[in-house]
Design a protein around this ligand. Structure first.
Ligand SMILES: [Zn+2]
Length: 267
């Protein structure tokens, strides 16, 4: 059995001497295999019924919140509804994320079906995001190859067009950064999560990406139809604001979790 290496060089408990010589660009003193070996076996077992129960629970909460919002339709309720439903949208995203990782169940078909339903409901193209998210995990913290959040070099920043610069760096526009990222990736990178021919994907993945883009299009059509029947302002309150809450959460989360880099930032 592989023994985990001591982590004192990276933990907060490191002595002053250790901290003095800590090199943030050095590889960590442990391997992925050490981490895997340290995780108890039962944590690797997937329980489909349990996973589905989480989906049922979250869908019930989302439905109850929607029913309450329609029932009250009051300015007293909306400020309570927005953060609550935004958090529940995030919960749907996380379950779809687990489908994408294959940790939801042992059935790739079930993972794909549930992932499509959950992610399409919050306007995320399931396969497009799943594939680029895999690239993110394979290169997490790499200054150039990470997918989700990449620090800009001075050269890339200076060459940004005004629109991109405003969307990413001028408040309140960064709350739209997530759909912007899905549409055109990070600045300095090419391709789109919606385009099967994007360089994010291999030729064998194009069908999957197209399927997810179609599901996303169906959800968008449903939202447009509901806007016509229920009124665009009502739909903005019911769906748009919670969507912006999850978009902002994505922006803050990826900014926060990707602050450490394996290589020095290039000039
Ligand atoms: Zn992940």
């Amino acid at each position: 059995m592989v023994q985990a290496q001591p982590l004192q060089h990276v933990g907060n408990g490191a002595g002053k001497e250790d901290q003095a010589y800590f090199d943030p660009s050095a590889p960590p003193p442990f391997k992925i295999a050490n981490i895997r070996a340290a995780i108890p076996k039962h944590c690797w077992e997937k329980n489909t019924l349990r996973s589905l129960s989480y989906v049922l629970r979250d869908v019930l909460v989302v439905t109850a919140l929607v029913a309450a919002a329609i029932g009250f339709n009051s300015w007293f309720f909306w400020p309570l509804y927005w953060p609550a439903q935004g958090t529940m949208f995030w919960a749907l995203f996380v379950l779809g994320h687990d489908c994408g990782h294959g940790s939801f169940s042992n059935s790739p078909l079930l993972n794909s079906i549930v992932g499509h339903i959950l992610h399409s409901s919050i306007l995320v193209p399931y396969h497009g995001w799943r594939i680029s998210h895999r690239t993110h995990h394979q290169n997490h913290g790499h200054v150039e190859k990470d997918e989700s959040w990449v620090p800009l070099t001075e050269k890339v920043y200076k060459n940004l067009d005004n629109m991109t610069r405003m969307m990413r760096f001028t408040l309140p526009f960064p709350i739209f950064a997530y759909p912007f990222y899905l549409w055109s990736r990070s600045p300095g990178k090419e391709g789109s999560h919606f385009n099967p021919y994007s360089n994010l994907f291999s030729p064998g993945e194009r069908r999957d990406v197209l399927t997810s883009t179609l599901c996303w299009g169906i959800m968008l059509s449903v939202l447009l139809y509901l806007s016509l029947t229920m009124g665009p302002l009502f739909m903005l309150k019911l769906y748009g604001v919670p969507y912006l809450v999850i978009s902002l959460s994505h922006f803050l989360y990826t900014s926060h979790t990707s602050v450490g880099y394996l290589q020095p930032t290039p000039k």
